[in-house]
Design a protein around this ligand. Sequence first.
Ligand SMILES: [Ca+2]
Ligand SMILES: [Ca+2]
Ligand SMILES: [Ca+2]
Length: 363
Amino acid sequence: MTFRTLTLIAASTAILCGCATGEVDYQGEGEGFIGAGSPVSARLETPSVGTAGQDAADDPAIWSSATPVRIGGVSTPGFVAGTDKKAGLYIYGLDGAVLQFLPEGLLNNVDIAEGLTVNGRSQVVLGASDRTPGKTGVALYLFDPTSDAGVRHWGAITTDVVEPYGFCFARRGSELHAILVGHEGEFRQFILTVDAAGRPVTREARRFDIGTISEGCTADEATNALYIAEENVGVWRYDLDPAAGAARSQVQPIEDGVLVADAEGLTIIEDGAARYLIASSQGDSGFPVWRVDGARPAYVGRFIVVEGAVDRVTGTDGLDARGGRVGDAFPEGLVVVQDDINDSGTQNFKYIDWRDIRSALGL
Ligand SMILES: [Ca+2]
Ligand SMILES: [Ca+2]
Ligand SMILES: [Ca+2]
């Protein structure tokens, strides 16, 4: 048992004893309170990020391949990129093992897109919001599935955003868009292309102010939707078309039992003809889910991640999901979430089988 664990137990006990009516009051990030929800367990977890005393895991992104690729001499049917916001970017295997670490600085959110041709080859592109002083913007990386060179630095999108925070890619027809959300709610949408020399070129297509502190974002290309989490307000749906400006509709306000501040990560998962939006409700360690392929988002329930093969998930931050086959271990999809309190070290990422979530929610 660590000093940190003892401190947390003491804090939790103090909270319980302080409630005359017996209810447990959530006292902020780190106390480990889990609200109501259908329980699932993670199948496996990554090692803790960083070094002792540095709780810094933030946001994951999943990529998978029908044919295995090689990274660092290891054959893998895909990888999970995960940020350590104090140090850089980890590349994990689908078994959770570290395949590569890029000491790239203060990377906060990460996302992955396919279908970009660079130097005549189709490559995978990774983007990460970069808060490193002097480099603020979006750091860009390439992964060539035919090479064993791993994930390599490619370039950057420079911006006027003081503190880059949230980040996601979106496909819009043949275009690849990069969406940056600043800490103060600044919204920037870029169209990313490649020049003849194989370098990234970006053009800003839209900017507006979301309002207050915001971070999580995810796009649903099929419905031309862009979802953004305004941390203390709720989840919004914007149109992915830059011409739509700042027009938006609310998917979910901050509400006890559904979405408790901070509203953090957002992701979409495809499951056959259905598509679901999953949010991370950091304030009560839950994951509300909406079906989003209809005319408007329909709330279908919430799951929580309890102890099983690995420890439970609390105070969750970023998350990502990928439907369909993600290696042999996740034949119908994988959801990866950040865990604020890992039982054996600093923060890490937990891997959840989509089938477990689907069955827990009765989808
Ligand atoms: Ca975050
Ligand atoms: Ca945990
Ligand atoms: Ca653990």
